[in-house]
Design a protein around this ligand. Sequence first.
Ligand code: TYM
Length: 342
Amino acid sequence: KKRIVSGVQPTGSIHLGNYLGAIKNWIALQNSYETLFFIVDLHAITLPYDTQQLSKATRETAAIYLACGIDNSKASVFVQSHVRAHVELMWLLSSATPIGWLNKMIQFKEKSHKAGDENVGVALLTYPVLMASDILLYQSDFVPVGEDQKQHLELTRELAERVNYLYGGRKWKKLGGRGGAIFKVPEPLIPPAGARVMSLTDGLSKMSKSAPSDQSRINLLDPKDVIANKIKRCKTDSSAGLEFDNLARPECNNLLSIYQLISGKTKGEVAEECQNMNWGTFKPLLTDALIEHLHPIQVRYEEIMSDSAYLDKVLADGAAKAADIADATLNNVYQAMGFLRR
Ligand code: TYM
């Protein structure tokens, strides 16, 4: 079976962008692939954070994975920091990562610009190396993520090739020149729709956990009345009729896309259904579809959160399975890089 890995940071609340861009797509993949889904707590400390909240947010994110339909009998669900190989491999990889590659990262530029130089830890710069480690440790074939992670995936691919080139050679030769690359070069899986869910208050910026206004996003755990209120107040326009793909109407395209994905209809069906609607008829429709889709997730979430022994067991089993795979890769890398092994 081909292997898939992905993860979400336990910072702020998980929103519709995380769900439609990533988590929802993981569900379909777990039947045909070997899947590992982690909560990337080590990534969550790259910007100032609240130590009182980290472990709580990590559990909550794990519970959301399960509530959304990740089946732990098929997928390994675990916490990144529970598998030590992630950090260890990161150090080895960082020796092969040109600083120039990291300086080019758009997310680094944006986040460091916002925080200001004195507040930016080195880890924000080396963040993509840890992400590469998350992926390469498992010899992953595919990585299902939203559009905003594309550049990090490209770096991961380049890094895999570079390490294979720098350290894979000798081993390859020993094996008669066939196979034996240190890392598999993974490919991103970016969904055709939902890869970039936009803010409810500005159709030109991405829905994000860090946007100051909660009105800009639908969180998966928002109660019904909050969802209704956010949709009621969300930004629209004054054109008649609703349509996809009109660049002058980013909010319209975003809201129709959300409706399409949440209702399970095709783009064509939604385009036809909504072409003559005005916002007054569409908004209640979208609200109902969101509530109907999210309610069962919220009910399961409460059940899972009320059984902490179960959640602990899922995470312990997941970490044990992941560590087996990760340790094998890590050993290989140490060997290829010439370390004395105990
Ligand atoms: P994070 O926690 O920012 O986001 C988790 C996932 O949600 C996607 N996403 C979106 N998709 C569509 N529209 C949006 N508005 C939107 N916002 C977020 C992201 O693309 C992502 O797939 N660096 C990663 C976490 C990570 C990771 C990994 C992912 C660490 N190691 C290894 C895959 C493999 C991040 O910060 O995601």
